[in-house]
Design a protein around this ligand. Structure first.
Ligand code: RBZ
Ligand code: NIO
Length: 350
């Protein structure tokens, strides 16, 4: 089945990118001296559709939260009860990603797609406006979601992108919060890329020894089961392995591309969802850049498959959107360098 967004994914503006590349080559620097910053500026011009775009002015981070039934198999170093506590920390501004967002002037929107909790009265209704369900099926034995729930989660993610674009955001960041979510992320990457769970299953919050061996077994069982049931259909694999949070991330990334709005991806969880989105809506990845390379082993093959080269490699393994946020100043620098660096002809006349 193809996603509703599968048709008409536009391409970034090649003329704007070509003009930016020409300007880059005429700046008062030796040719190519800005390295990846120069490439980033050219990408930014293409996705903004103007030869000399301003640095990002309104950036929205969507943190998508959900619980995962597979946590009952002992795949995380932390209990599921941590998910709603961390969501509360996002609302209160104490989560690491919210610290970076505050520093950088990024607007944070936190969404409960599938957190297994009752929020106390008085909680902002925006938090649960897109809730699909509580938790998910344990993916080693069951689909995470029904097809109807998967469609609802994809649509919810698309609505989040629409709301940001309609509010004037020129860049979207995506983050995750959900104990156990590196298990569905690894499973999704293995299923989509035919990867080896023994190699691509990572430590997440820090499991090792028996728990890591168990996590590998769970991912192996989940991938075998879901491939048998769903083949390589990206939407069905999102529902079979991902859960409502990952499906919403995929819907968000795909809709942003269709709305000609760039996305800075984060770690393995967001990138696994983005990989499914690119499979469902080919061409979307041209609108995305990779903020960083997570320490999770499934992240690199997913980035390679998307054709994305991460801007940072800091050994981070947090999620939350923290790697995208850490890279944001580089994008601002790249845009500002393209706009404000003198031309070589003006500095070296004659
Ligand atoms: C305090 C805390 C804050 C976090 N912020 C992001 N994660 C990250 O770690 C979890 C995924 O790792 P695993 O699959 O091993 O559970 C997710 O909640 C993810 O958002 C956190 C985890 C914890 C414990
Ligand atoms: O890369 C990620 O997204 C990640 C890594 C570890 C834990 N949570 C998320």
């Amino acid at each position: 089945m193809r996603a509703p967004d599968a048709t008409d994914v536009p391409a970034p503006d090649a003329a704007a990118a070509a003009a930016a590349r020409e300007r880059l080559a005429s700046l008062a620097t030796p040719p190519g001296a800005l390295g990846r910053l120069g490439e980033l500026a050219v990408w930014w011009a293409g996705v903004r559709g103007v030869p000399v775009p301003p640095a990002p002015r309104r950036v929205d981070l969507h943190v998508v939260a959900g619980d995962h039934g597979v946590v009952a198999r002992g795949v995380s170093a932390f209990p599921a009860a941590v998910t709603p506590l961390m969501v509360r920390a996002f609302l209160d501004g104490g989560a690491a990603a919210t610290v970076l967002a505050r520093q950088l002037g990024v607007h944070v929107h936190t969404h409960d797609l599938a957190v297994d909790t009752d929020w106390p009265p008085g909680t902002d209704p925006a938090l649960t406006a897109h809730k699909v369900r509580r938790g998910s099926g344990s993916i080693d034995t069951d689909d995470a979601l029904t097809p109807e729930e998967t469609d609802a989660a994809l649509a919810a993610g698309a609505a989040l992108a629409d709301a940001s674009v309609d509010a004037g955001a020129d860049l979207l960041l995506v983050g995750d919060m959900g104990i156990g979510n590196t298990t569905p992320a690894a499973a999704l990457v293995c299923a989509l890329l035919d990867g080896d769970p023994a190699v691509l299953t990572g430590r997440g919050t820090g499991v090792d020894g028996d728990a890591l061996a168990r996590k590998r077994e769970v991912v192996t069982a989940a991938v075998t089961r879901a491939r048998d049931a769903h083949g390589d259909d990206p939407r069905r694999l999102l529902g079979g392995l991902g859960g409502a949070d990952l499906a919403a991330m995929a819907g968000l990334c795909a809709r942003a591309a269709r709305r000609r709005t760039p996305v800075l991806l984060d770690g393995v969880v967001v990138t696994a969802a983005a990989l499914a989105a690119e499979r469902a809506a080919p061409g979307s990845a041209a609108w995305w850049a990779a903020g960083h390379r997570s320490a999770e082993p499934a992240h690199s093959p997913a980035l390679v498959a998307l054709g994305l080269d991460p801007l940072l490699d800091l050994g981070m393994r947090l999620g939350e959107g923290s790697g995208a946020l850490a890279a944001l100043p580089l994008l601002s620098s790249a845009a500002t360098l393209l706009a404000e660096t003198a031309l070589l002809a003006d500095v070296l006349p004659g």
